[in-house]
Design a binder for this molecule. Structure first.
Ligand code: NAI
Ligand code: MG
Length: 517
């Protein structure tokens, strides 16, 4: 028995009687109607409205969630302000803050199976990924940033002999966090944990497609002893609740992950109050395979890089640059690997590829497959209408939002297929002749989030790492991530770094103090 939003819901063990041939694996989750978490209490939305959250594997409604609008955001922002200005959190002994963050991490681990199930139910991602990646990474965020609480220091400065000059590193105040639907819990944790570690308070607006895990996290933070009002979670729609958070005068800064066009909108709205902004936006990351690469590994990771999480990953290796002379051999290996990625019931522990998050995202990916064909790229592997193990989406008549691995070759660097973020399992293979050509083409995009290089030549690898305009470069690997390592974008992929000490460039500010001696 678990609790969400103050109401009990059941995660029954699997039924004893034999399930129907197409029945879903996994827990029977019954969720209550969920509310907003404001000032340490569950609240209905001021206007009393609710919205549906959908299970992408079946297209069915999971439950209804209170829909926050401007008035609810205002309430949450004022509660967060009060918690910052007169509550215990920013003034608390740093090691005590750390203890609470550690307790949050421990509770995430204790409720690991439930959180993994919620995440899979809401996003359509495979349960094995929620278990292996989303939930552990969320716990690690709190563990990692707990360690920073009592290590954020100022400096003493050799300015003038008659003065003692020093800096204080202070929290910013109220942080607005706006998160996307692809890693709902772990991206929320990646923002909340450092914000809290530095002594800030937070209003989180989760993505409207996937509000469940953030609400459960709110409940966990209360159980861990986080004072009321320090974390507030207000689900709602971007242009209403999100925009209200960005405009709110009591919110000091906004940390956003999502689409660059939304980032642009946020920047415009933030101009009214000149808010500090942290953006982690989209990408069209280049994965570069040189002729001397370990081809088996490169092919395997090229698939991991684009099919993991159904390709709904900001740093997905969506542009695969392959050196001309190995193209034929490499493509054969690539297709062999790609065909192993079969969509299936997200709750089946063997499933590696789940459903796309929504009808909208499903339609968008289908549209890009059509665009690619019209542009003249060659469709080597077509993921449309994948064969589901049960012939249809698990346990229902609906098809669910499934698209299988899709591979184009003969893509030219300027095609829309190679320039626009698809956010789905669609790989564009682009051939190249030499080092200069591939670096030039790899950099010719509005994005600059990540890149990878495959070669056994150590000089070539490091030269490429320097030349690529991307916030992260993997050499002979793809998709490694750790809270200790900064992550963020060049160009229109972002403007700050999350991970490591650099995170606190955003979540803190510096005060200079001059003392006459
Ligand atoms: P989005 O950028 O619209 O949504 C992300 C978050 O921003 C959500 O919480 C949303 O409610 C909020 N939001 C939307 N409009 C807002 C506004 N005017 N002011 C404040 N907040 C606002 O992304 P969306 O529509 O869910 O996905 C569209 C595309 O974005 C995807 O197809 C994909 O290409 C890209 N995307 C990229 C992500 C990344 O990590 N780089 C994550 C999610 C989506
Ligand atoms: Mg959903």
């Amino acid at each position: 028995m678990s609790k969400v939003a103050g109401l009990k819901f059941k995660m029954k063990p699997e039924k004893k009687e034999a399930p129907a041939a197409n029945a879903r694996k996994g827990p029977d989750i019954r969720l209550p109607h969920l509310k907003l978490w404001i000032g340490g209490k569950w609240k209905e939305a001021v206007h009393g409205r609710t919205f549906k959250t959908i299970d992408p594997a079946t297209g069915e409604v999971i439950t209804r969630v209170a829909e926050g609008t401007e008035e609810d955001i205002d309430l949450a922002a004022r509660r967060a302000r009060k918690a910052f200005d007169s509550g215990p959190w920013p003034k608390m002994k740093a090691s005590e803050r750390a203890r609470i963050l550690h307790r949050i991490a421990a509770l995430i681990r204790e409720n690991y199976e439930e959180l993994a199930s919620l995440e899979t139910l809401d996003t359509g991602k495979p349960i094995q990924n929620s278990r292996r990646i989303d939930v552990p990474s969320s716990a690690e965020a709190f563990e990692y940033y707990a360690g920073w609480c009592d290590k954020l220091t100022g400096e003493t400065l050799p300015a003038h002999p008659e003065f003692f000059s020093y800096t204080l590193r202070e929290p910013l105040g109220v942080i607005g966090a706006i998160t996307p639907w692809n890693f709902p819990l772990s991206i929320a944790a990646q923002k909340i944990a450092p914000a809290l570690a530095a002594g800030n308070t937070v209003v989180l607006k989760p993505a409207e497609q996937t509000p469940l895990s953030a609400l459960r996290l709110a409940e966990i933070t209360e159980e861990a002893g986080l004072p009321a009002g320090v974390l507030n979670v207000v689900p709602g729609f971007g242009p209403v609740a999100g925009a209200a958070l960005v405009r709110h005068p009591e919110v000091d800064a906004v940390s956003f992950t999502g689409e660059y066009l939304t980032g642009r909108e946020i920047m415009k709205n933030a101009a009214l109050t000149l808010k500090k902004l942290s953006f982690e936006l989209g990408g069209k990351s280049a994965n570069i395979i040189f002729a001397d690469a370990d081809m088996d590994n490169a092919a395997r990771f090229a698939c991991d890089g684009i099919f993991f999480n159904q390709g709904e990953v900001c740093c997905a290796g969506s542009r695969l640059f392959v050196e001309e002379k190995i193209k034929k051999n490499f493509t054969a290996r690539l297709l062999q690997c790609a065909q192993k990625w079969r969509p299936g019931d997200p709750f089946d522990p063997a499933t590696e590829m789940g459903a796309l998050v929504s009808q909208e995202q499903f339609d968008k990916v289908l549209k890009y497959i059509e665009i690619g064909r019209q542009e003249g790229a060659k469709l080597l592997l077509d993921g449309r209408n994948p064969k589901m193990p049960q012939g249809k989406a698990p346990g229902t008549k609906s098809k669910g939002f499934f698209i299988g691995p899709t591979v184009f070759s003969g893509v030219l660097p300027q095609m829309r297929l190679a320039q626009e973020e698809i956010f789905g399992p669609v790989l564009s293979q682009i051939a190249f002749g030499d080092f200069e050509e591939v670096i030039r083409n790899a950099n010719q995009t509005i994005y600059g989030l990540a890149a990878a290089v495959w070669t056994k030549d150590i000089q070539k690898a490091h030269r490429a790492a320097r030349a690529l305009k991307a916030g992260t470069v993997w050499i002979n690997g793809y998709g490694n991530f750790d809270h200790a390592v900064p992550f963020g974008g060049y160009k229109m992929s972002g403007n700050t770094r999350e991970g490591g000490i650099h995170t606190f460039d955003f979540y803190t500010q510096i005060k200079s103090v001059w003392v006459r001696l």
